[in-house]
Design a protein around this ligand. Structure first.
Ligand code: SF4
Length: 401
């Protein structure tokens, strides 16, 4: 089943650490962008229809389908997730979200129990808006909380405070959402272990269905870097970052959350179905500026700049760039690299069936030291990173690159 990703590149203000594809909210541009998204999704539905079954998807993509082809092939591609990511997708109006979901339903064979996620910033929602998003078809909300401490949120130049984040969560529950995820960030400027665990404890007390824990990366050109130097805010030493990760995971274990990926924990059955496609060798189509897609062993990316994307769509030009067929080696490397992010690890049997490769024969000599030092586990047909190994994931995964 495909995952459908919809990128919404607008934000109310630009956070000082942000490296995503986003820009300041502009109502006129947003209206044109939503129109462009609807057109791109509908066209992709036709392409997916025509390609279904023949595997020659790249050719279809480049040449463009004809309506006759689409009508002749009545089966359409199946999808079971829609994910609105950004940017700040919750800046769209519920009616716009509803139109985009409707375009997906028209264009693809969408499963009745489709997971429909909306990333939301706490300051952009009210109970009324959340009710309207739910009525529009959203059934999972992912709040960009980042921290439950006001001092940390101010250092990150976030627009919301801790109280707004808690209120947004309660509003979402009252609006009927039974699948809520919270994003938190660790290793923040001036944050120490106890500060970080305070956010974890608040999150556990709220009881979301899913939590994502990210490590802050301070990019060389991020305004935050200068602010940190000016204000003498330092990040904790590397070994403390490791302690932050391990201590948080231990508390989440004790609170009956199940870690299923390096950075993600969930209540049973509440794992992100959409994100699992990225880690389990799945396929997805991305819509909107800068969105990435992978299907039938072909990978491509849309043009990045918002205006540029809209102009391409208006002129009827393809927005896909960097379209290329992945080599067998790249596909195998990706499957192992992303699969090891999951606590369930990689099934060597599945890899053998899909890629005709004996993983242990090919990589065993390089992987053996990681088994010996407790970073990697191996049990017959399964290979996985231990929690200690997750701290050194890049070193282990370098074996496959
Ligand atoms: S809200 Fe998110 S996407 Fe927007 S600027 Fe801040 S970090 Fe970046």
């Amino acid at each position: 089943m495909l995952g459908l990703y919809v990128h919404v590149p607008f934000c109310s203000s630009i956070c000082n650490y942000c490296n995503f594809n986003r820009g300041l909210f502009d109502a006129a541009l947003k209206a044109r962008y939503v129109d462009a998204l609807l057109r791109e999704i509908r066209q992709a539905g036709l392409k997916a229809c025509t390609a279904f079954g023949d595997g020659e998807w790249a050719g279809v993509w480049q040449a463009g389908p004809t309506r006759t082809d689409a009508v002749r092939t009545l089966r359409s591609a199946q999808a079971d997730t829609i994910f609105f990511g950004g940017g700040t997708p919750s800046l769209l109006e519920p009616a716009e979200i509803e139109q985009i979901i409707a375009a997906c339903l028209e264009s693809f064979n969408v499963a009745a129990d489709c997971e429909v996620t909306l990333e939301a910033n706490p300051e952009t929602v009210t109970e009324q808006r959340l009710l309207a998003f739910r009525a529009a078809g959203v059934n999972r909300i992912s709040f960009g909380v980042q921290s439950f401490r006001d001092d940390e949120l101010r250092r990150l130049s976030r627009l919301h405070g801790s109280a707004r984040a808690r209120d947004a969560y309660e509003e979402a529950r009252r609006a009927g959402f039974d699948n809520i995820s919270l994003d938190l960030m660790m290793w923040l400027p001036a944050q120490r272990l106890d500060d970080w665990l305070e956010s974890i404890d608040v999150a556990i007390a709220l009881g979301p269905d899913h939590l994502s824990l990210y490590l802050l990366e301070v990019y060389a050109n991020a305004p935050l870097k200068d602010e940190m130097a000016r204000s003498q805010w330092s990040q904790a030493p590397d070994e403390d970052a490791a302690d932050m990760y391990l201590a948080a995971m231990e508390r989440l274990d004790a609170a009956a959350y199940h870690q299923y990926e390096i950075s993600n924990v969930a209540r049973p059955g509440r794992e992100s179905r959409h994100n699992l496609k990225y880690w389990s060798d799945g396929e997805w189509l991305g819509f909107g500026c800068g969105a990435h897609s992978t299907r039938d062993g072909i990978r491509w990316k849309n043009v990045s700049a918002t205006e540029d994307y809209v102009d391409h769509i208006v002129r009827g030009e393809p927005v896909a760039i960097d379209l290329r067929r992945l080599s067998a080696g790249e596909r195998l490397g990706d499957a192992l690299f992303t699969g090891l992010r999951l606590t369930a690890g990689v099934s060597l049997d599945v890899v053998r069936q899909r890629y005709d490769v004996e993983v242990w024969q090919r990589y065993g000599a390089d992987l053996e030291p990681f088994i010996e030092n407790g970073c990697l586990g191996r049990d017959g047909e399964r290979l996985w990173l231990t929690r200690r190994g997750m701290l050194l994931a890049n070193e282990v995964m370098a074996v496959f690159v």
